[in-house]
Design a protein. Sequence first.
Lengths: 189, 433
Amino acid sequence: MAAVELDEGAAPAADGDGIRRRDFINIAAVSAAGVGGLALLYPLINQMNPSADVLALASIEVDIAAIEEGQAIKTIWRKQPIFIRHLTTAERAAADAVDVSSLRDPQTLADRTVEGHRQWLITLGVCTHLGCVPLGAAEGENRGEYGGYFCPCHGSHYDTAGRIRKGPAPSNLEVPEFEFKTDTVVQIG
Amino acid sequence: MSFPWAEVYRPKNPLMRWVDERLPLPRLVYNAVGKGYPVPRNLNYAYNFGVLAGLALVIQIVTGIVLAMHFEPSAAGAFASTEHIMRDVNSGWFLRYAHSNGASFFFIVTYIHIFRGLYYGSYKAPREMVWLLGLVIFLLMMATAFMGYVLPWGQMSFWGAKVITGLFGAIPVIGEPIQTWLLGGFAPDHATLTRFFSLHYLLPFVIAGVVILHIWALHIPGSTNPTGVDVKTPQDTLPFHPYYTAKDGWFAGLCITLYAAVVFFWPNFLGHADNYIPANPLSTPAEIVPEWYFWPFYAILRAFTVDFILPAKLWGVLAMFSSILLLFFLPWLDKSPVRSGSYRPKFRIFFWVLIADVAVLGYCGGLPAAEPYVMLSQVATIYYFAHFLIILPILSMVERTLPLPNSISESVLHGEEAEAAPIDLGDATPAKA
């Protein structure tokens, strides 16, 4: 140690601004350790993201041939309920009759369904308020004041297009990504 | 708890002063691993391994907590969830390999740490408590590592659990009820796995607690040093920070590089292939061995093959446990007042013979129980006990030790090469402690 200290006294930095070789080594070493430590955080944090087996179940195919007009089914997608509803002509007309600009979350029925399959309303069965499952998909359940879905937790009413009409929910029931494989098979996700 | 010339903590920042008056935690850190802890200036690289063991404990706890988020402690799900970690969980393969090889590295650095203590007489007065607490940590580590190895519920896990709990079955009369109690059944099953998981999660925190006591006890007299001579003046010491933080940091970087190389390129080198076969209670693997760090003890266990008054099985178990319990008496078995092996020419020879002996035991413990390895284990086991019970007590009475330097600084200043070596090898007068 003594020898090193003597060197420092005898030979100040060559460039004259007081930066020594040891300062450089110190900063480089501590930075490398710091960057390495931060890089290690990535696997430690990323491990909590959905794993490969969870992501593998992220898309499902549903056969909808048996759903009669006016009926709806519940199925499960990404561990969450999905409502697939075969709208009647009257329900579609009721949804189209609403003045979109008067809605809390302005969307038309056409925005929420796809061309050629306008009678199929596919939404997440998760209330956008706090995540309860709304009633109205099964036979005989309360469909709320607008004939769509009704969330019993905090009283949100959704209409026949799954749009929020009354109650605390901030937005319409979410429409997942979906695609009709054939006329009777739909792939969700 | 330090030398009188230790720097005193005087925070300049008013916020730190405010904190220090209310909770002197910064002061504690400063006095434990900062400028306020003077350390002998002549410590060599052998003294880095305590810090490395602490680092290994941190790595094991961090990776272990993360793995526990994905592991399913059930006889039906343990093996599958381990494979789920390897294949599905993001970076799961890395975390599991870091944890399983982390255990091996933990034992490597701990064994070096223990042998360093044996060579430099770190167990001698006034540091007996440091040594005893260290042995408690070692026992806890072995229990934790064993239970961790059972968790993946492969063939080695299952049969390891069966064999190790079978050790308790060797105790006369109460042995079998104890084994049944440990397992929660008549063979390892769901109940065994869940209790092992619970304890495997608990014990590392107990270890961390005993580590704090170990360091606390160490910091009262301070570290030994390669000369074994007590610190006498401020010239004998350097502050822990920045001198030893820098040295520990650099050496930790080097060792982490080696560890990372194993984790990334030879992750299964230290493991056993049979543990990738799901546990099968109806079929024992052809060759059943514990993890490498238990091999020396496993060799001692198997060295007893003949009934002599007591059954051979009981002798093996007693010898295996005694081989560690014996170390608790070491401070009183080695009475030599000279600490460092560098000044004890005969002790030094026997020290290296002991290392070779433990290596032989380890080698035999990893092989099938067949001749000539059984015979070799028997000889090595006898020597192991003889070293501590016969050789060390006699040596400490008859050995002519070499003259000690007057002080650490004198030994340092007389040349870098000879920092730990006797000043004058020619003058063989007995040393005074």
